[in-house]
Design a protein around this ligand. Sequence first.
Ligand SMILES: Cc1cc2nc3c(=O)[nH]c(=O)nc-3n(C[C@H](O)[C@H](O)[C@H](O)COP(=O)(O)OP(=O)(O)OC[C@H]3O[C@@H](n4cnc5c(N)ncnc54)[C@H](O)[C@@H]3O)c2cc1C
Length: 440
Amino acid sequence: MGAEMVWRSPAALAPRDQHAPSYYAATRRERLSTAPFEGPARTDVCVVGGGYAGLATALELARRGVDVVVLEQSRLGWGASGRNGGQVHVGLRRDQHWLERRMGEADARRLWSFALGARVHLDWLIETYGIECDLRPGLLHADHRARLSAETRRHVEYMQSRYGYAELRFVDRDEVAGMVATDRYYSGSFDLRGGHLHALDLALGIGRAAASHGARLHEDTEVTAISGARGRFRIATARGQLEAARVVLACNGYLRRLAPAVLRRVMPINNFIAVTEPLGAGGARRLIANDCAVSDSRFVVNYFRTTPDHRLLFGGGENYGYRFPADIAAFVRPHLRSVFPQLAAVRLDYAWGGTLGITPTRMPWVREFEPGIINASGFSGLGVVLAPFTGKAVADALCGERDAFELLGRVPVPRFPGGPALRWPTLVAAMLFYALRDRL
Ligand SMILES: Cc1cc2nc3c(=O)[nH]c(=O)nc-3n(C[C@H](O)[C@H](O)[C@H](O)COP(=O)(O)OP(=O)(O)OC[C@H]3O[C@@H](n4cnc5c(N)ncnc54)[C@H](O)[C@@H]3O)c2cc1C
């Protein structure tokens, strides 16, 4: 398996002029649509990638009066930002213990403040720009093994006593069973500041906000090469060249060959979602009594929630190549059935896949990796809250306010062993090992 194979079959990543056939695409209220880029042109900052990270970078820059152009190869929000589970998580993929051990207590505390700031920023975006994305409160992290209960209890106590995070509480088996109609979970932690929302409306709402401040957004515009140096980058597209003083790469799992330095640390993996037929208000509340989002403790996470029109939106199953399974509904169904056997015969009206960027430590890789070129990606399945705020941190840094950006720059993100050529076999072996452990 060599690097060549990576470039020859990027079916899941290839640009498209339509959104994925998702529930979100079918129900979105935001209707933002923009013209392709026509060059030549100049700008202060070129952002490559129109997901949460890129659009929020553009929004903050435009708010500050910086000239910014976003180039998106497909549609705005076409990537992970428009197709994810919509789960609102507070915090990072690694808990505070891990961060304290790896970065020291002071930086771990700063990162927790960053995570809380990201959650506040999400509310601010939604309220300030009137983004109708059905934000609902509450997220349950459910333990799929009895042995995890003690650890969860310790984690909750730690977050309450050391970080003063009173919104998180331990829930025992009876309470979990009262919230979710399954006997699969033994305990969990319930986060009142967590929640769920309409992923694509959030992305398009941020895009609309950026455009309202003068950011120039262009869909159907793939960046094929970046050359030059700080102060004068040349960004190549099929319809001409953009010249920019600085570049932000916000391509996450969809990056492909544009920046090998990023590929060494951020890898694409695919994750899948299915949405049931409408279950009626009663049916939906029977599944999840308090309408919260649920995310379980499996390595290949099952995550689910109900929608405003009373369907179950269920994410489960991953694969590690550049192709999606031919029948995604059939791929997700066993995961859904394992949690809700009572839904074995339910009709699945939507099923789609998406690609996310993961890093070896599951922490984002946010760096100026060449003078004038910043990368912001690798949110490792936790981007709904973090990616927009990271975009803001990048914009702040470009305007000289570098604290949050430098904090993110200290987060440990090593290279995948083997570099781009060998990372596939190494990663796939590791992933399959952990996925197998889920079943033990
Ligand atoms: C199935 C799935 C479920 C998920 N569930 C959740 C969840 O419930 N909660 C959560 O917090 N996170 C979740 N995530 C992760 C979350 O969606 C991401 O972390 C987040 O959307 C990342 O945003 P982004 O802007 O970095 O990347 P993306 O939204 O992927 O945007 C990158 C964009 O770059 C564009 N691009 C790439 N290369 C080029 C190029 N050469 N030229 C122009 N444009 C280019 C792509 O077309 C794409 O639109 C999920 C992800 C997936 C795939």
